[in-house]
Design a protein around this ligand. Sequence first.
Ligand SMILES: Nc1nc2c(c(CN[C@H]3C=C[C@H](O)[C@@H]3O)cn2[C@@H]2O[C@H](COP(=O)(O)O)[C@@H](O)[C@H]2O)c(=O)[nH]1
Length: 306
Amino acid sequence: MEAVRASAAWVASRSSHVKVDMLEVEKVVDKIQGNVPKVEWDFEGIHYFDDGPLTVQYLFVLDALNFCFWPDKDLSYDHLASGLKLALEKDKTALDADRLQSYTGPQLRQLLNWPRPLPIEEERVRLLHEVGMELERSFGGEAANLVKSAGNSAATLIELITRHFPGFRDHSLYKGHQVFLYKRAQIFVADLWGAFKGQNYGEFHDIKSITIFADYIVPAVLRELGILKYGSNLSCSIDSNSEIVPGSEEEVEIRACSVYAVEKMREFINKKFGKQLLSIDIDLWLWSCGVQNMALSHHRTLSIYY
Ligand SMILES: Nc1nc2c(c(CN[C@H]3C=C[C@H](O)[C@@H]3O)cn2[C@@H]2O[C@H](COP(=O)(O)O)[C@@H](O)[C@H]2O)c(=O)[nH]1
C-alpha cells in the first residue's frame, strides 16, 4: 500500500483547496492521550458471519457494492450489509458466481428489499456481473479462493483484486500524477480481518500496511475535528450540498488529505505515546463517530469507488 501512502502524501503537499492542519492533528492525539477508542467490527450487528467461505463471498460482494448511498436520503450502508445478509440467510446460493452474473437492477433491489431504484444502479449491476464472471473464470467461483491465493498478505490481496477486477481500481489523475486510493479493495481486507478476528481468512502478516478508507464520512469527521481545513469555495459547496465532480482537484484533495492526515496521526501517536496503531482501528473509530452524527455535512460525489 506504499502507492496509496505515497500518492496521498504527494497530493497533500500540493493541495490548494484542502489543508491538513498538523497542530490540530497533534491536539486531537493529545486529547485522547494516544488512546483511540476501540470500536468492534460489526458494532451495528448487521453483517453475515458463519466463520467459513460463504462469509468471504458475502464480504466481497458487499464491498463490490459499498459506495454512494447518499443520493437516496433514506439509504445507507446498513441497508446493503443487512439486506445481503438476509438474502443469504434465505438462500445460501444467492451470491454464487453464476447468480451474480445474471442479476438485473429490479432483482438486485428485490434482493436488498429496497423499494425503488438504487443510486447508480446500472453500475452496481455491472459490477456484480464483473465480480461473478471473474470469480468464475479465475477463482473457481469463490472469493475464498481469491483470498487464499494472496498467502496471508494484505498487499498481495489488494494487488490481486485490482488486477482481476477493474471496478476496484480506485485511482485518479491529479496534476498529471496517478493517485491510488483503493478504498473498496482495502476495506474488503479490513472486513476480513475484522470479521475473522485476524484468524483464518482474516490473517494478514502485513495488516499494518493498510491505510484508512477514503469515503465521504471520514473526511467530514476530520473536518469537524479541525484537522482538515477547506477553502471557502469548497466549504460553501459542501455545506450547500452541491455535488463535487468526480476526479476534480477538490475531490482528490479531500480523499488524499484524509489518508495523509490519519497517517500523520498514527506517526504522532507512535512518537509521543510509543504505540503502534493500525490505520484500520483509527478508521473505524472515526467512521463510527461520523455515522452517528447526522448533522455532519459530507462531500457529495457520484462515484463507484466510495
Ligand atoms: N472509512 C470507512 N468508510 C466506510 C466504512 C463502512 C462500513 N464498514 C463496516 C465494517 C465494520 C463496521 O462494523 C462497519 O459496518 C462503510 N463506509 C463508507 O461509508 C459511506 C456510507 O455512509 P452512509 O451513507 O452514512 O451509510 C460509504 O462511502 C461507505 O462506503 C468503514 O468502516 N470505514
